[in-house]
Design a protein around this ligand. Structure first.
Ligand SMILES: C[S@@+](CC[C@H](N)C(=O)[O-])C[C@H]1O[C@@H](n2cnc3c(N)ncnc32)[C@H](O)[C@@H]1O
Length: 282
């Protein structure tokens, strides 16, 4: 291994230690490109020099910036639209029946990036507003990235972002065009909250969620870490709740905490285990 690949490995190890995200040797070529902004900002000429700076005392902010720059935050509204159609037509109506006594619904978008996924759910609920009138709706989005959660909280989207996944009717019906961009109208904005959270840690709030989306996040965890994340997700979900993964993700062969829903829809059910405390929503 020459000096440069050793430095790439050190950067990949930093990312893995802090987030669980694994950059295998086949993906390490991404590092210099992803860090180009940091190189410019700190007048750094290459990865070797960056590694030397990271070894200095008080390099914590630089380390955080490096990790942030290496995270893949790709997202858009109603990503994999067929899944959102299924949520609107089957899953939300079923949860409405299941939770009719409590009239409360809790949704967690885990690894939410800049919030488009959670806002998509909120728009589905608003489109069925009569059904959900009088319900307590808690929609929480979490991500490990401070930068991306700050953006999600500010909540305004560029023209490019709203054009990815929203119809014109949705853009005009749920967002206002302002100097900052396309900003969610108050009714939509107040439905969602965002917070920083690492999926390797315990769930972000007490009490189980009815629906957890963890989409396009697990792909870059190694199998052991992925298993740990499934354990954490299982802790956060009601025994009769649902987990939705991304199109290229599955629980099969990865964990015994969840099983595929019988209809093969890409939804997963918590595996009930006699030893686990029942966390069915009372
Ligand atoms: C590709 S985006 C997916 C966003 C959204 N779920 C979607 O499917 O459109 C993956 C997100 O997972 C976040 N992430 C990566 N590792 C994480 C971890 N250990 N804990 C929480 N979030 C993490 C990244 O910061 C990124 O915003």
């Amino acid at each position: 291994m020459d000096v440069n690949s050793a430095s790439l490995q050190i950067i990949a190890d930093l990312l893995r230690a802090r987030t669980g995200q694994h950059l295998g040797t086949g993906r390490m070529w991404r590092i210099p490109g992803a860090l180009s902004g940091i190189f410019r900002e700190h007048d750094i000429s290459n990865v070797d020099q960056l590694v030397c700076l990271l070894a200095e005392p008080r390099a914590e902010k630089l380390a955080r910036d490096v990790v942030e720059a290496l995270l893949n935050n790709e997202t858009y509204f109603f990503r994999d639209k067929v899944m959102f159609d299924m949520l609107a037509e089957q899953v939300l109506p079923k949860l409405w029946q299941q939770r009719a006594n409590q009239r409360s619904l809790r949704v967690w978008s885990a690894g939410c990036s800049s919030g488009q996924e959670l806002y998509s759910i909120a728009m589905l609920l608003l489109a069925q507003r009569e059904r959900w009138a009088g319900w307590k709706l808690e929609l929480i989005g979490t991500d490990i990235s401070h930068k991306i959660i700050t953006a999600a909280r500010q909540g305004c989207f560029s023209q490019f972002e709203v054009q990815r996944g929203l119809t014109v009717a949705q853009m005009l019906g749920y967002f206002d065009q302002k100097d900052e961009g396309w900003c969610p109208q108050a009714e939509l904005r107040k439905m969602v909250t965002f917070r920083e959270h690492n999926l390797l840690d315990r769930p972000p709030v007490e009490g189980p969620f009815d629906l957890v989306l963890c989409r396009n996040v697990l792909l870059y965890f190694d199998p052991l870490t992925r298993g740990r994340v499934f354990d954490r997700l299982r802790e956060g979900i009601a025994v009769d709740g649902l987990l939705m993964l991304g199109a290229g993700e599955t629980v099969v062969g990865q964990t015994e905490r969840f099983v595929p829903a019988r209809d093969g829809s890409g939804l997963y059910l918590p595996q009930s285990q006699a030893s686990e405390p029942a966390r069915r929503r009372a």
